[in-house]
Design a protein around this ligand. Sequence first.
Ligand SMILES: NC(=O)c1ccc[n+]([C@@H]2O[C@H](COP(=O)([O-])OP(=O)(O)OC[C@H]3O[C@@H](n4cnc5c(N)ncnc54)[C@H](O)[C@@H]3O)[C@@H](O)[C@H]2O)c1
Length: 257
Amino acid sequence: MLLKNKKFVISAAADGIGFAISKLIVENGGVVYLSDIDQKKINKIDKNKKFKNKIFATQLDSNNHKAVKDYLSKLKIEKIDGLINNVGIAGPTKYLENISVDEWISTIDTNLTSHFYFTKYSIPLLKKNKSGSIINLSSTAGLFGFPQRTPYAASKWAIIGLTKSLAMELGKYKIRVNAICPGSVKGERMQRVISAKAKLLKTTSLKIKKEFESMTSIPSFVSKDDIASMIIFLLSDHATNISGQSIAIDGNTERMI
Ligand SMILES: NC(=O)c1ccc[n+]([C@@H]2O[C@H](COP(=O)([O-])OP(=O)(O)OC[C@H]3O[C@@H](n4cnc5c(N)ncnc54)[C@H](O)[C@@H]3O)[C@@H](O)[C@H]2O)c1
């Protein structure tokens, strides 16, 4: 019960890593205010009695500035203990000269600018709490070069800059800001990324998967729960003096292809 009665906002969390984080917050006694663009996934969470009064789910596009502002100003709670900026799309798998302007802008908007929106309107709620924890989802693509995924890598490097700068602005309010850098996470999204890379490089998905696994000292993919466990620790009072850090959960990436 590391997070008993604490309240957290998390973006794009009706599925994937975000939902794993949300469930672990609830298991640790916390309350989650999650949003996601997908109405069907929101309905599924709403129908699950297990989450009644524990997860409050709302349909919301993280890229819609006005909608994010309205959502956070009408949350019906005075303060929050933490914000998890989880939203992030894979973006195109292409050589840069073939990436369209729309593909570039939508990746940067979703992966970076939406974090700005959520953070901007959450800071007053964190300041009222007189302490708190902001977690930004970056990636190992925010620590290494990642060819054929340039907008994704650029957005994830930007998240590290955002994290380090904001940690300096908010330290005096006892608000901590850290970035999490997951490696390849088991699941549908990585399968899609691997197929796209195999198609582009005219090879098989199996070969790309093996190459991805060989990039880390511990040669396997990580799980959503590995990411969630670290985030629960960083949200808790055990991490009171940890700020401005970029923490990789990846089996130690040595190189990226
Ligand atoms: N999966 C990985 O291997 C991996 C690796 C490194 C970093 N990450 C990062 O972790 C975070 C979560 O990744 P994931 O794999 O769980 O994502 P995911 O692709 O599984 O998507 C999670 C949710 O995001 C929602 N979503 C997408 N666009 C949205 C928008 N504009 N507004 C609101 N909701 C939206 C989807 O409906 C979905 O429910 C992302 O920032 C991602 O870049 C993931």
